[in-house]
Design a protein around this ligand. Structure first.
Ligand code: ADP
Length: 648
């Protein structure tokens, strides 16, 4: 019981451990896959974002060049606003309006003075006075600068008709030239004109807008699609219906901006060459600032960046990494998702990772689709998992086979132990019976209770017979124990099977002289000689004969057939006795086994005969087989292969 219980408990525990481990293994494996995907995404984003930031830095860090680019940077989709601080003062770069640095490398000092007057000192009337004489300058770039400056100053002075006049002049003379960034001047000039007319509420505004739109269509090859789209976007509304200014994507009050940036500015001035990315909370909106110190210590540029624009690159990266379906959502480390509506029912995120700069304050969470697999998992790692699954299945199989054999062994041992104890009680009984008879007859003789010579003779014969029975029983047990402990020595010699069988039959008759049985022998004439241990072989045949006699009615015959084929010699012992049920066919060859049949129980026996006989047959490279059915007799066949034992 314990022998069965302990392996069962061990196997169950092992099974549970395996299943538990498998669960962990698979979960870890899946999580590793997602982690790797996430790693790839953040790495790609880091690269992209760094490129963007580097691009800005490159543009801004050189103080001489920055002037030419500040307005252009403002057009960048990632940039919401551009501010620069100079000697502690923060200024917002307005689209289209140049500021001192823009033209700082121009040679004409009169134009520079006019520009400085206009934008630094804010004295537009004086600036206009300075611009006017320059309109007839021989250098066309100076003329253009003066025209634009005059248009701006007039506008600031609320003299829009003058401003429009200057713009018209610039349009007529420089409309089809291009500026430093490659833009055909006609477009911004027309746009300026449109804005002025619109501000005055003049109906010509719509006309100018139409002209600009038409020109954009006609000269689409001269302007980039993005810029054209911006103009179209700005103009189409005015052309169509009411003049309504389009709300900017994001606007921030200049005052608020200044107060927000004050600490930032201080921080930036302490940073030398590195950029500083900082976040400021303006009401609901979170602002990202890239502060770039330039090589001119007092001049610092701040870019107000659109974090949504940065996050939009996530979709692109996901597509590129074939993670289109994966739900990757940015979240604040505090727990809330940036866009809670996007959660789409996903309750649990498997892995999360911090985003790179400039959004390093956010983390990216991976909500895998139910049933979805990470990219890494879809490829070769599946093999590892399959191997693992197979290994687990194999292990379970091995355990099952192990348990099966253990149980079988345990059951067999239990049965052998029971048979052994049966055998011991049987032997003691078998030994006691002849001993009791011997004792009884000896006493009778000693006490002279026999009447005559004849009776005395009879007593002595009985004593002799019982002693013989006793000694034959002891011989049998000893012979088997010799066989079992492999002490039996065999002496092989060339023998004829027919002679062996003859001798066994005569011995059989001698043993059963008190209850004679007919044995019919069928044999072919010439039976080959083969190598065998003659005495053992006689013993085997005798054993089969005495079994046939024991387990069949005395009036039936026993038939012995000797056959020879090319490679084997067979001795068949056929009886018409009780037969053996199919389920016992194998077991009758086990030691101590005796069939439960009633008749068998009544017959003397040890359960050792067949085990002993088969052992001898196997030593001779042969075997004993049985073919039998209950009630219709049995056929025991001793078969010896001629190979190896064939005599010359
Ligand atoms: P024993 O005959 O001493 O019991 P054996 O090993 O010779 O031991 O036989 C084992 C068992 O096989 C017997 O107890 C009997 O049940 C069965 N058996 C053997 N030979 C025959 C036979 N010729 N007919 C029916 N049963 C047989």
């Amino acid at each position: 019981m314990v022998a069965i219980l302990i392996p069962s408990v061990l196997v169950t525990a092992l099974g549970l451990v395996t299943v538990f481990e498998a669960d962990h293994f698979v979960k870890d494996f899946v999580r590793d896959g997602y982690r790797e995907d996430l790693e790839n995404v953040t790495e790609a984003l880091e690269y992209e974002w760094k490129e963007n930031l580097d691009h800005f830095k490159e543009l801004l860090v050189d103080a001489n060049a920055r002037g030419a680019y500040l307005a252009a940077i403002r057009e960048d989709p990632f940039v919401i606003d551009v501010l620069y601080s100079r000697r502690g003062e923060l200024t917002r770069v307005e689209a289209g309006k140049p500021y001192p640095e823009l033209l700082s490398n121009r040679k004409n000092s009169a134009l520079l003075a006019a520009i400085r007057m206009e934008s630094v000192e804010g004295k537009d009337a004086e600036a206009l006075m300075l611009y006017r004489p320059l309109l007839s300058h021989r250098d066309p770039t100076v003329v253009l600068g003066a025209l634009l400056g005059a248009a701006r100053s007039s506008r600031e002075l609320e003299d829009s008709s003058d401003s429009i006049r200057y713009l018209d002049l610039a349009l007529a003379r420089f409309g089809s030239t291009v500026d430093g960034s490659g833009m055909v001047r006609k477009f911004p000039l027309l746009y300026q004109k449109f804005k002025l007319l619109k501000r005055r509420g003049q109906p010509e505004a719509a006309e100018v807008a139409r002209t600009l739109l038409r020109t954009l269509d006609e000269e689409s090859f001269r302007v980039s699609a993005e810029v054209a789209a911006v103009y179209r976007d700005a103009l189409s509304e005015h052309v169509s219906s009411a003049v309504q200014a389009k709300a900017p994507a994001f606007s921030i009050d200049a005052e608020l901006m200044k107060s927000l940036l004050a600490p930032l500015h201080k921080a930036a001035s302490s940073v030398n060459s590195e950029c500083l990315v900082s976040r400021l909370q303006a009401g609901e909106r979170e602002l990202l600032f890239l502060t770039v110190p330039t090589d001119e210590a007092a001049f610092v540029v701040h870019l107000l960046l659109d974090s949504a624009r940065f996050l939009a690159q996530l979709a692109e990266v996901k597509d590129r990494l074939h993670l289109g379906d994966a739900l990757l959502l940015p979240a604040l480390p505090s727990g809330s998702l940036l866009d809670p509506q996007k959660k789409a029912g996903a309750e649990e995120f498997l892995v999360a990772k911090a985003l790179p700069s400039p959004l390093s304050h956010l983390e990216l969470r991976y909500f895998p689709e139910p049933g979805g697999l990470p990219v890494g998992f879809r490829s070769f790692e599946v093999l590892t998992l399959a191997t693992f699954t197979w290994a687990v299945m194999l292990l379970v199989l091995v355990i099952m086979v192990g348990v099966f054999y253990t149980l079988r062994y345990v059951l067999r041992e239990t049965r052998t132990a029971r048979l052994k104890s049966d055998f011991v009680s049987f032997i003691s009984h078998e030994l006691k019976t002849p001993l009791a008879a011997i004792k009884m007859f000896t006493e009778t003789l000693r006490e002279g209770r026999v009447s005559g010579e004849e009776e005395q003779q009879e007593c002595l014969e009985l004593i002799e017979r019982e002693s013989d029975r006793l000694s034959s029983l002891i011989d049998k047990v000893l012979a088997y124990s010799k066989v079992e402990s492999e002490q039996k020595a065999f002496q092989f010699g060339s023998c004829n099977m027919a002679e062996v069988v003859d001798e066994a039959i005569s011995l059989f008759h001698a043993h059963t002289s008190d209850r004679p049985r007919e044995v019919k022998l069928h044999s072919v004439q010439d039976i080959s000689n083969i190598q065998m241990d003659r005495a053992s072989m006689i013993e085997v045949v005798l054993n089969l004969l005495s079994n046939a006699a024991k387990y069949s009615p005395s009036e039936t015959d026993i038939i012995v057939n000797i056959r020879e084929t090319v490679d084997a010699i067979a001795v068949e012992v056929v009886d018409k006795g009780v037969g053996i049920p199919k389920r016992d066919h194998r077991r009758i060859f086990e030691k101590f086994f005796r069939s439960d049949d009633l008749l068998t129980r009544e017959v003397e026996g040890t359960g050792l005969g067949l085990a002993f006989s088969r052992y001898i047959a196997k030593v001779h490279n042969g075997d004993i087989r049985v073919s039998s059915q209950p009630e219709s007799g049995s056929v025991f066949t001793l078969q010896l292969k001629k190979t190896h034992v064939l005599a010359e």
